[in-house]
Design a protein around this ligand. Sequence first.
Ligand code: BGC
Length: 724
Amino acid sequence: MELNEIKNIIKNMTLEEKIYQLQQLTPEFFQNDIETKLTGPLQEMEIDKNVINNTGSILAAYDAKTIKNIQKEYLKNNRNKIPLLFMDDVIHGFKTIFPIPLGLACSWDIELVEKCASISAKEAAVSGIHVTFSPMVDLVRDPRWGRVMESTGEDPYLNSQFAKAFVKGYQGDNSFSDIFKIACCVKHFAGYGACEAGRDYNTVDISERFLYEFYLPSYKAAIDQGCEMVMSAFNLIDGIPTSANKKLFRDILRNEWGFKGVTISDWNAVEEILINGVAESKQDAAKKAIEAGIDIEMMSTNYANYLKNLVENKIIDESLIDEAVERILTLKNKLGLFENPYRTADEELEKKYHLCPEHRATAREAAANSMVLLKNDEVLPLKKDAKIALIGPYSDNKNILGRWSDRGDPENSITLKEGILSKITYKDNLIVEEGCKLNQKQYDTNDEQLLNNAFIACKEADVIILALGEDEDMTGEAASRADISIPDNQIRLAEKILEAGKPVILVLFNGRPLVLKWFNEKMSAILEAWFPGTEGGNAIADILFGDVNPSGKLTMSFPYNVGQIPVYYNSFNTGRPKIPGEDNKYTTCFLDIPNEPLYPFGYGLSYTRYKYSNLSLNKESFTYGENIIATVEIENIGNYSGFEIVQWYIRDIAGSVARPVKELKGFEKIFLKPGEKKKVEFVITEEKLKFYTIDMSYKAEKGRFKLFVGGNSVDLIEAEFKFI
Ligand code: BGC
């Protein structure tokens, strides 16, 4: 359909019909008994059948049969025959669940992330989904926030690479000629990750400079990749709820970045403008949101109830509604819904693709690549004939998919026990004990018995695998924690089994960086497995027994102590930096803990070791239009083949405004056999040196720079160059 045909449809629509296109509801509104519901439990939404017959989109319907039925019935009642758009939170997989995004990011594998997104799109498309509410690209520095699990971490450059990879995986070439591609929605615009104290929905206050430098690049990257939709966030920015924030949605998104797609509020967020105290009434909230540039209202009904009045009383111009409708119909048209409102929805295709072996194989690869080996006193990898005690609430637990995997069924996931059993030579060599309940609330007298059984099992074993972590519900939305430790009852279990005097390998299932100081001291090895998804148990076993050499590296720092938060690598020097080893009280430091996190950004061990040497530059300085080529040698000096993530950072020594002590500018994942040495080249361009300068212009400033190269953000070799 051409644009003029869309415009014609809009011309023929009544004002009410246009306004209801801007409404998004859940599927319960499209069931037969809706009359009863609207006069009963849904009464507070103040909407009638007319709204439902003209609603523009649905969220959270998720199988082909249901979606086709809803669409069919809807089109019977819709005068203009405009099909519904179906959206869902497909965050890290649909039926085949991949590791949580924070885990996926630790693979530093852009192609792998794209592949996971592409599989997610395919599995969702065959179930009738047209749009996913992903990628979530909020930059995060506070692990108390439960939603860090949905993010790819603390670095703007890396987050931007992943933002693009997700969009490319979901949308392909953006033409939607491939019926297995779906549109995607970048969220939460903007700055949601900076909520104060990591408490969900809390106020955000960031300077314009920090917003542009750290928080906005990943949203922009998604837009530049062609992302079709943008979702607002729950927080205030500069005192204004994002859903009422003209500066964000009109000035930056549309005018500066040229975004042409659809915008949507987060769930109930238009109504919350009122609760935030930035609107006087629901009508005022609707006015503020539409003026700010929010096209679709998710789940609250202020547009449906008040926009008509606002137009009729000439408080807002009807053109605001027309432009929003045009964008929504344009997206429907791009997806081919006017020609085929059911698009890819097909029960047979669901059977063919959901959890098919190929998708499961990618889930296993992704999970193994996302795991980060935090410590290893040479106990790993394990021998396949070792006598193992597998202890802990995650030893044989299928709930390892992680939050935001609502279409995934834990029944399909492989537990750690199952993974280990498929590897070991003698099945009798494995004893499994729960040891304690996962959730402390479940603590009761049975715990003594569980603890003793675990202890007895440990005495028989050569080595203990201790599978601990957070309950899935302790992470995700509305799951902020002030104390980000392993729950006390699990620590008690760890203490008890240490008494057996055997090496203990801790395998962690969790959705955020945790405080692990005690475990770091006591455990022989620690493997961060995150919530690893459907193939979790197999992937962990691949690593524990050395079939896969761990290569994941953290994309978010693990604090030493909660009091240290926020702690992140790309911070600024104070005027009184602490020099390690020097004793000077009047420097920037804590009296009781180090400044450095326990495990820094970029960190992760391997079963082998890599040596970095001979960092050289082809020239000492460069100017506009030129570049410098840096070369470094990396040698595998251990006994295992492996992948190493070679990272390079720069530091602008003096700028018109202070610059971070390190900024990641690039990386490369390389494979090295034992004894093998490779040269890796990086190109330093003017583009890599750009930042928001004193007058907020984005450019490179002349001066001295440091280049750092290494396998994490701390252990680095360095060189210097000039931009002249
Ligand atoms: C979340 C969004 C999500 C939406 C729809 C909200 O509560 O903040 O991230 O996409 O619900 O499920």
